[in-house]
Ligand binder design. Sequence first.
Ligand code: SAJ
Length: 417
Amino acid sequence: MTDRISTAAVVGLGYVGLPTAAIIASSGIKVHGVDLSQDIVDVVNAGDIHIVEPDLDELVRNVVEGGQLVAGTRPVPADVHIIAVPTPLGADKSPNLDYVLAAGRAVATVLEKGNVVILESTVPVGATEALRDLLAEARPDLCLPNQDSTDADIAVAHCPERVLPGSVLKELVENDRVIGGVSPTCAQKAKSLYEVFLKGECLLTSARTAELAKLSENAYRDVSIAFANELSLICDEVGVDVRELIQLANHHPRVNILNPGPGVGGHCIAVDPWFIAHSAPDQARMISVARDINDSMPAIVVKKLENLALENNVDTIACLGLAYKADIDDMRESPAIEVIRLIDASTNFTGRVVVVEPNIDELPEELSSLTTVELVGLDDALQHNLICCLVDHNEFRSVSREKLQKKVVLDTRGIWQ
Ligand code: SAJ
């Protein structure tokens, strides 16, 4: 097998795949980015980007102009194939591996002896072995690895992405990587890619352990946020300011409570814990309760807004923010969107909702058909009397306090205290 990597293909040019492709390309490896969307392929080939991520535009422009990154809709032969496609939740909260398996089938058509296949998508335990099985079935001419293999034709590994949206380029290079091989040899082969650009450590393990490690990281954060959200509900009940409470408790040297908010969004933390619960439903009790607490938060925000609207005789609610967190454009699983949806469906508030989201030009599909909801600019929104902050975007942090002085404000992120 080749340890020297000169070409890589990245399947999926989304929030993780595109930055990954660009970083690898900038380290001297020729990268072919693959995406089913012709629009995304065209944008990337023009040296542009289709997502909001600091500094990514410049990096992509440089590697495309330098001929190091080219995009297309079909996989091509390469030394290393990285799969970075979504793993959505099914309606019954079970993991949907359709995109991963479709990507695997596409990669199988171009696999050559000596290639390394790395699954970076977050997946339930056992998915990397399922990918290996799929490749073995599609390519009976190649020897795929089992857990003891030292001389298989193809190496298969799981190296979960762990980057934080908003700091992706920094974290891609600096974070340690867990690399789980179907066999120890596979992990070693996959390591040769990450060594090229990583400043962090490569931590080698089995594919199954790497899968659960990634899920555990996100479930840990989900449980921690659920604790903060539960505290906020307790504080509402007993008349204590939760932000002051947390700030005081965090002075203890071994306490670090996170921030309560309107719920947990994004495609990772709001999703991954269910992958654990699906694999071990009887054991994953705290993980499931934490999910329920975080999922219940948008409805609690809406209840508060209904009461404030009624008490203050208000017919318009101004909601600031739609993204799932600050300073990004990603709206997947966003609690802010759920809040707007629930206000629209409310029978206790029948007025209008004006929404500000600085990172978009039109309302997302889920909201575009709602006749009571309108996307407006920040200044317009601040003319209204009931203002709800749903996302701690920098633009909202810097709103002058005078503009808010005579308003009724529900600040779910605690940015205007
Ligand atoms: N949130 C709170 N309170 C907090 C922190 C976050 O309500 O104190 C909310 C955010 O507003 C957001 C959600 O939680 O709605 C998730 O945001 P996040 O910043 O905690 O995490 P993500 O989803 O953007 O990225 C996570 C990261 N995982 C961990 O920090 C353990 C990242 O490292 C992963 O790579 C990413 O998931 C992923 O792709 O899995």
